[in-house]
Design a protein around this ligand. Structure first.
Ligand code: HEC
Ligand code: HEC
Length: 281
């Protein structure tokens, strides 16, 4: 049921976004010469649902799984004009700022029997879990609502053998910064390069803090018993804690993260892990 609520939300925003776009699309400047006659878009039916028997689709609902660090999900829609007359695609409504269409210039005129293809791309930056998007396409015979379902998969954690892990733990106990050097970098540093916010957390922090087989010395960040805020996160990330396994990530402390990366992480964590103090207010 939750999925449909998300879809309905999408439709509402589509309609809202539509208002602004129409004005431009209706101006005569957008009319395109097609052969001998000048084509004037017929917008009389653009707010009616497209009747059956006009466009045949390879699917109106498309689903995909995306890796946790995927930047975008891409969909392709194929259709055929199965009606006896031409169909004109007048406009498209992404429904949210994260969605874009890839299609020929509009109006797109489809003679009877012709086929068409367009792409829809959903930017996944900052997104997690299950996403529903409802972009819309408007023709001179009516509009068609498309449905997109994207499942963003949980991040894939690297795994280590028991022996390697025990060895790593021993040398990290002697020097907590050793995770940022030598062979350790392949799992503890490289995956976070050039990343920010959530995707940086999923790579450089989750490896220790969300690890299934992690040492009991590594606390659960979702259950910190002291109050937290932006500077709490910033300080822990930048400096860690001497004498523990929590390394210092700031470059000034010999770590791999820039100040901007640290701030992006602190902001992400302050937003997604509410302070326990606030919970009881
Ligand atoms: C090498 C493993 C490791 C990595 C990588 C790591 N941590 Fe830690 N972290 C620890 C350990 C161990 C502790 C417990 C320190 C102690 O003994 O108090 C800790 C403690 C913390 C604490 C304090 C929790 C509390 O209960 O007060 C915060 C906050 C924290 N880590 C955030 C992060 C963030 C954010 C990242 C990613 C930038 C990160 N850690 C990466 C091992 C790690
Ligand atoms: C193949 C990937 C990989 C490499 C290489 C690696 N680690 Fe880890 N490390 C992990 C994973 C995964 C965890 C989380 C615990 C688990 O699930 O095994 C972890 C956890 C840790 C922890 C937290 C304590 C614990 O065991 O839970 C420390 C400290 C640590 N690693 C240090 C190191 C050091 C030091 C090196 C280099 C000698 C290193 N790691 C190399 C994958 C790696």
């Amino acid at each position: 049921m939750r999925g449909w609520q998300a879809v309905i939300c999408g439709i509402t925003s589509v309609v809202l976004a539509g208002g602004g776009l129409f004005a431009g699309d209706n101006t005569p400047a957008n009319a395109v010469a097609t052969g001998p006659a000048v084509y004037v878009p017929d917008t009389a039916h653009q707010n009616d649902p497209l009747p059956d028997g006009v466009l045949a689709w390879d699917g109106l609902t498309k689903e995909t799984n995306a890796a946790a660090d995927a930047e975008a999900a891409r969909f392709t829609f194929n259709f055929t004009n199965v009606s006896p007359g031409q169909v004109v695609i007048l406009s498209v409504y992404p429904g949210c700022s994260c969605t874009t269409f890839q299609l020929p210039p509009l109006p797109w005129i489809l003679p009877p029997g012709s086929t068409g293809q367009f792409g829809v791309t959903v930017n996944l930056a900052g997104k997690t879990g299950l996403l529903f998007k409802a972009p819309k396409i408007t023709t001179d015979r009516g509009f068609k609502q498309l449905m997109l379902k994207i499942t963003i998969l949980p991040p894939v954690m690297p795994t280590e053998s028991e022996a390697d892990r025990a060895h790593a733990l021993e040398i990290a106990k002697a020097d907590r910064q050793v995770v940022f050097r030598g062979d350790c970098m392949a799992c503890h540093v490289k995956p976070g390069e050039g990343k920010y916010g959530k995707s940086l957390y999923d790579t450089v922090c989750a490896i220790c803090h969300e690890g299934e087989h992690r040492s009991s010395l590594v606390p659960d960040l979702h259950n910190i018993i002291t109050p937290t805020n932006l500077s709490f996160w910033q300080t822990w990330i930048a400096h860690g804690k001497a004498g523990s396994l929590m390394p210092a990530f700031s470059t000034s402390d010999g770590g791999p993260l820039s100040d901007i990366q640290i701030t992006s992480l602190a902001q992400y964590l302050a937003l997604t892990i509410p302070s326990q103090l606030n919970k009881y207010k």
